[in-house]
Write a protein that binds this ligand. Structure first.
Ligand SMILES: *Cc1c(COP(=O)(O)O)cnc(C)c1O
Length: 401
């Protein structure tokens, strides 16, 4: 008989009862270092006292009122985002896929209002992941995610990621905009080159297209900048955010310039839950912590050190890992054995991580992680790698002496 919970996930047989910082604990007392952070979500770690307090306090006042009324908590969080990004205006929603849907709607609506109703198509990239709604599986283009779900939503074109040669030829009179992840997360932690990012901006400016960044996974401090596109020195017209912004509370957002956002007139778009007082109290707490002096600098430094430690893991992994990917605290280790087997071995060492496409083990710890935590995680990664073939070929100095 089918389980009460639908069988659409491949769940590890682990249930966590309590978290604290980067640690998660099962009911029977086993403790794990959480370098998955619920897929890059628990940005402040588990049971962060300020976040717990902010949510409890708001829940005790009012959780939800609807967007029929002003929501001061949403106004405050929007102000914080506007003050610290390219954006002039913010729309809140509840998830990454929903934020991306909003982003595509804004791009199309702005083209429409600017006298280009024919410009509706969105240029996307091979290996993209934008979520699991009907339109976003079309935007991602992954055949496995489209299979059996009926007609593919029209309007999304795909070209190779990180390839500037194919870019201009892919633009047609119907192209409205481009959407891209600054680092492709789900499909293997593939970082967009700075010159590719700059080329996207240049092509959008030349052809009158809107540039949309999907920063659902890369955003909110993850890479050592508030948003990953800051590394490339260019800004989008519109950007989707989710995952880390609620610190574990479901919250998404679309950030846009005035030129795009001004077309979202009353009645044009909406959501019942989006930007409710409880979600925005959580988001404001997370953003306030991340914007506190020194926090992002700390993420950048720890992320940089983590990258070097992971390089050392590759060298000492007896060939199980053969490359480090990513930026800051969004990292991938490319595996030479099936990543599912590697993940099981890693979990056996008391470390949680997430698989990604391209046979990559994804490491996205809470942003509060310390260099000492990273070193402990790396020791566990090495132990996991060596568990496949104990000590064989482990020629590091300690072992040899
Ligand atoms: C996770 C993710 C999404 C989808 O977010 P959901 O909250 O699961 O809908 C979209 N884009 C990127 C880049 C993501 O990492």
């Amino acid at each position: 008989m089918i389980s009460a919970l639908m069988p659409n996930y491949n769940r590890a047989d682990l249930a966590f009862e309590q978290g604290q910082g980067i640690w998660l604990q099962t009911a029977d007392g086993r403790r794990f270092m959480d370098f998955g952070a619920g897929i890059a979500v628990s940005s402040l770690g588990h049971a962060h006292p300020k976040l717990v307090h902010a949510i409890a306090e708001q829940a005790g006042k009012v959780m939800h009122v609807s967007n029929l009324y002003r929501v001061p908590q949403a106004e405050r969080l929007a102000d914080l985002l506007v003050q610290n990004t390219f954006a002039d205006s913010v729309l809140f929603c509840n998830s990454g896929a929903e934020a991306n849907e909003g982003m595509v709607k804004m791009i199309r609506r702005a083209q429409f209002e600017n006298g280009h109703p024919e410009r509706t198509r969105i240029l996307c990239f091979d290996g993209a992941f934008h979520g699991r709604t009907l339109a976003m599986i079309a935007a991602g283009g992954n055949p496995a995610y489209l299979k059996g779900f009926g007609p593919v939503v029209e309007g999304f074109d795909h070209i190779p990621f990180n390839n500037t040669n194919t870019l201009r030829d892919a633009i047609t009179p119907e192209t409205a905009g481009i959407i891209v992840e600054p680092i492709q997360g789900e499909t293997g932690i593939k970082t967009a080159d700075v010159h590719f990012m700059k080329a996207l901006r240049a092509v959008c400016d030349e052809f009158g297209l809107y540039l949309g960044f999907d920063e659902v996974q890369t955003g909110v401090g993850r890479t050592g900048k508030l948003f990953a596109h800051e590394w490339s020195g260019i800004a989008p017209d519109v950007m989707s955010v989710a995952k880390g912004i609620g610190g574990g509370f479901p919250l998404g957002a679309v950030l846009a310039t005035e030129a795009v956002a001004k077309h979202m007139t009353p009645g044009s778009h909406g959501t019942t839950f989006g930007g409710n007082p409880l979600a925005c109290a959580a988001g404001t707490c997370v953003m306030t912590e991340i914007l506190a002096p020194g926090f992002i600098q700390q993420v950048e430094e720890t992320g940089h050190a983590f990258g070097a430690m992971l390089q050392n893991v590759v060298e000492r992994s007896n060939g199980v890992f053969d490359g480090v990917r990513g930026l800051g605290l969004m990292r991938g280790l490319h595996c030479t054995l099936p990543v599912g087997d590697v993940l099981s071995a890693v979990i056996n060492q008391g470390l949680l991580a997430v698989t990604a496409g391209d046979n990559v083990l994804r490491l996205v710890p809470p942003l509060i992680v310390t260099p000492a935590d990273c070193q402990m995680a790396c020791d566990r990664l090495i132990a996991a790698a060596l568990s496949f073939s104990p000590a064989k070929g482990d020629t590091n100095k300690e072992f040899a002496s």
